[in-house]
Design a protein around this ligand. Structure first.
Ligand code: NAP
Ligand code: ZN
Length: 354
């Protein structure tokens, strides 16, 4: 076993604190990596606070992981020591069901293994995430980071990036598509950059106009204030796809009339009940409400390569590991521009022992 350390939540109301633990010995198809950077996703906050009701403690969050390979198991073929690699929300799946065989491991019939707050499929040991120094992962669940991408900014692509890229691809977004993005946070700002990179006409739907300048700078064509009823009425039937990233229970009814005929509102935010949506705009406009979880490994690599070619990177605010609790508080207040990334060089045995 490899001794390592990180930051963990020990209960739903305790701040994250230093935590020592072990990573498994390398299996034949495993790589070991030093974690250099880890993004801070709102899902980390949901899970640390047990918003979804299935949290196990202690929990080391973190599923936007970038680092370098330090060792390889004897059957590893894709990676060598020194390679820049990334790991997202999954570290394993059955690999045999129809979904896995199609490269949709996130939809594995037997359930994928999550990077943290889950159990290893072989030993049943708890999985611990990227708010830590080292990681061991089977090579099939590691991604290659294109050389052109700045490693210090690439980590959020592994969740915020793929979670927004995947629905853009599912609903065939391209030049001329009219895309709305509800909520300009971590996922929202990646949705804007990716949709705009695909040539779409992009509108940010935000609760106020405070982020208008940012939205335009990120590549959006305009910002629509979702609380402005007159502006919302004017935008009726003007979107093909709306990606909803709101992290709390909310009302879809103001957004449904914005979709054109056959348009889709895809939920990626929050996990749980919503306020009751009315069937009227759904039926009358043949509109749809859909959901989408992250994306498969092959598509995650496709997204990284797309970002490499287009030089698309998140806007990051680098933090020290010991600033994580403050970052969680700010995330809760939507005070993030637009993704916190932990510089893992700031996590030392001293920080961990402090
Ligand atoms: P985030 O950075 O906190 O951004 C969420 C944005 O939603 C905020 O910036 C804000 O934008 C808007 N918002 C916040 N509170 C709101 C409220 N009370 N009412 C309306 N809008 C509100 O969060 P994130 O990291 O992007 O994650 C967003 C959600 O996606 C979370 O629920 C997360 O768990 C989920 N998620 C899902 C998947 C998946 O696979 N489907 C993957 C990753 C994350 P404005 O200020 O512009 O309104
Ligand atoms: Zn995430």
């Amino acid at each position: 076993m490899m001794k390592t350390y990180g930051f963990a939540a020990t209960s739903c109301d305790a701040p994250l604190a230093p935590f020592s633990f072990e990573r498994r010995e390398l299996r034949d198809n495993d790589i070991a990596m030093d974690i250099l950077y880890c993004g801070v996703c709102h899902s980390d906050l949901h899970q640390a606070r047990n918003d979804w009701g299935w949290s196990q403690y202690p929990m080391v969050p973190g599923h936007e992981i970038v680092g370098r390979v330090t060792a390889t198991g004897k059957a590893v073929t894709r990676y060598k020591v020194g390679d820049a690699v990334a790991v997202g929300c999954m570290v394993d799946s059955c690999q045999t069901c129809d979904q896995c065989r199609k490269g949709e491991e996130q939809l594995c019939r037997a359930g994928n293994t999550q990077t943290y707050n889950d159990k290893d499929r072989i030993t049943g040991e708890r999985t611990y995430g990227g708010y830590s120094k080292h990681l061991v992962v089977r090579e099939e669940f590691a991604l290659k980071v294109p050389e052109t991408l700045d490693l210090s900014r690439a980590a959020p692509l592994l969740c915020a990036g793929i979670t927004t890229y995947s629905p853009l691809r599912t609903w065939n977004v391209g030049p001329g598509s009219r895309v709305g993005v509800i909520g300009l946070g971590g996922l929202g700002h990646m949705a804007v950059k990716l949709a705009s990179g695909m040539g779409a006409d992009v509108t940010v739907l935000s609760r106020s106009n405070a982020k208008e300048k940012d939205a335009l700078a990120l590549g959006a064509d305009r910002l629509l204030v979702s609380t402005d009823e007159a502006a919302m009425a004017k935008a009726a039937s003007s979107f093909d796809l709306i990606i909803d990233t709101v992290p709390v229970k909310h009302d879809l009814n103001p957004y449904m009339p914005l979709l054109d005929v056959d348009g889709t509102l895809v939920l990626v935010g929050q996990v749980g009940p919503l306020n009751e949506p009315s069937t009227v705009p759904l039926i009358m406009g043949r509109r749809r409400i859909a959901g989408s979880p992250i994306g498969g490994i092959a598509q995650t690599q496709e997204m990284l390569d797309f970002c490499g070619r287009k030089n698309i990177l998140p806007d990051c605010e680098m933090i020290r590991m010991d600033q994580i609790n403050e970052a969680f508080d700010r995330l809760e207040r939507s005070d993030v521009h637009y993704r916190f990334v932990i510089d893992m060089a700031t996590l030392t045995p001293d920080t961990a022992a402090a």
